[in-house]
Design a protein around this ligand. Structure first.
Ligand code: MG
Length: 176
C-alpha cells in the first residue's frame, strides 16, 4: 500500500476550509451585506455520510456568515465543529482535535490558500483542491483532481470511507 493509502487508513476525522474548497471561491455580495456562496450537493452528501459513519467533520473558515452555519448544520454537522472568523486556524484545529479526543495526525484537512498552510502542516493528511494556490499544492500530500466547489470534498471523504469499508451505497442507510 502506498504511503498515501496508509495515511488514509489512519484517518478518523475531517476538517475543511470553506471558500475555494466547498465553493469555487466566488462570493456574491448582496445589497443587504449578506454574502452568498454556492455549494455542491455531492460534497454535502459525503459530509453527511462521514458523520453518520462516526467520522467527526469540522469547518474552519475565515468566513463569518450565519448561512455557513445553517448550511452545515442542515447536513448534520455539530455547531461546535463549525469555526467561523478563523483567521489563524491552528488553535481552532487543535480545539476540534481535543474535543473529539483525536491526535492531529488522525485528521485529514483540506484547504486551498495561504491561511490554511499552518493546519496543512499539522494535520495527518494534507489535501487540496486541483485549483489551490501553488504554496498549498507544494505542501499537500494529495491534490484532488477536482477543483473547489466541484467535488474535491467528496473525493477525499469517499476515498477515506472506502478504505475503511464504510462507503455504504445502500440508499436506505442515508435517508432522513
Ligand atoms: Mg479558502
Amino acid at each position: 500500500m502506498s504511503n498515501y493509502k496508509i495515511k488514509l487508513s489512519k484517518i478518523k476525522a475531517f476538517a475543511f476550509d470553506v471558500d475555494g474548497v466547498f465553493t469555487d471561491g466566488t462570493v456574491l455580495a448582496t445589497e443587504t451585506g449578506d454574502l452568498l456562496r454556492s455549494h455542491n450537493a455531492k460534497d454535502g452528501f459525503a459530509v453527511r455520510k462521514a458523520i453518520i459513519q462516526g467520522f467527526p467533520v469540522a469547518i474552519i473558515t475565515g468566513g463569518a456568515s450565519e448561512s455557513i452555519v445553517k448550511r452545515f448544520a442542515l447536513i448534520g454537522m455539530d455547531r461546535n465543529d463549525i469555526y467561523l472568523k478563523s483567521n489563524y486556524k491552528i488553535p481552532d484545529f487543535i480545539d476540534f482535535c481535543e474535543r473529539h479526543k483525536l491526535q492531529p495526525d488522525e485528521v485529514l484537512f483540506m484547504g486551498d490558500d495561504i491561511p490554511d498552510i499552518g493546519v496543512l502542516k499539522l494535520c495527518g493528511l494534507a489535501t487540496c483542491p486541483a485549483d489551490a494556490v501553488s504554496e498549498v499544492k507544494e505542501i499537500s500530500e494529495y491534490i484532488s483532481l477536482y477543483p473547489g466547489g466541484k467535488g474535491c470534498v467528496r473525493d477525499v471523504i469517499e476515498q477515506t470511507l472506502k478504505i475503511h469499508n464504510k462507503w455504504n451505497t445502500d440508499p436506505e442507510t442515508y435517508s432522513g
